[in-house]
Write a protein that binds this ligand. Sequence first.
Ligand code: NDP
Ligand code: 8X3
Length: 252
Amino acid sequence: MKTVLITGATSGIGKSTATVLANEKKYKLILCGRREDRLSQLKSELGSLTEIHTLSFDVRDKNAVFSSIDSLPDGCKEIDILINNAGNAHGLDPIHLGNPDDWDAMIDINVKGLLYVSKAVVPGMVERKQGHIINIGSIAGKDVYPDGNVYCASKFAVDAISQGMRIDLAKHGLKVSEIKPGAVVTEFSQVRFKGDDTRANKIYEGFTPMTPEDVAEIIAFVISRPKHVNIADLIVLAQAQASGSVIYRNQS
Ligand code: NDP
Ligand code: 8X3
């Protein structure tokens, strides 16, 4: 049975991925996030379907990342599939009005956090000459949209890191895939707008956005391809979304 580590498993895309993979009953799951109550709840919800381990750490805390992953018990230390999903946008402002604390959060979580978790997991994959890394990028890492500036930069960085990983790791037998979703209804906009539900809900008005299950099912498909097949780079959008900044709303 393969072992899968999912960051950001307490909500949204990560949580749905945990649920979809648990129901497939062919993976041991290591579920990560900061909110311990949600991790415990997930363990009790999914624990009858497969083996679940939970790790609570902040991906910004380099030492916590390494010590948490190092604390995994024998039997699930050898991670076969790493899903680097933890991340968020913080704020949506023109560059001259942006909050440097929001910039720090996005660079530290979406970019440096992904690197720390990868550093804790990938050397073991290289030693074993097998492994699959799934990085959750974004359409924001392909098209810059108004006021997206630093969030987009963090996801452009995820795109560059994914390409770099593939170049460096393919020769060791590893696969690296990047999935770039457009709008998905999760807690993403609540976090971006700091709990302002009116602003958050407006993002998804007038069209049918993707659900986190839509993306989770795609992740499940990507990781289930035969060993010689790598879905390297995948953009997935709601039907009404045409680019990072074009969404057709209220179409009949
Ligand atoms: P959610 O806000 O629903 O989930 C974010 C997850 O990331 C949570 O589980 C959260 O867990 C975790 N997380 C955030 N900060 C940290 C941190 N510092 N340390 C550890 N874990 C952290 O958003 P989504 O599910 O939408 O987002 C998942 C990924 O998908 C992100 O990388 C996002 O950029 C990307 N994405 C989202 C899109 C969307 O429209 N929703 C579209 C394209 C990409 P906890 O708070 O418990 O730590
Ligand atoms: C999340 C999608 O378009 O809000 O990465 O940036 S978007």
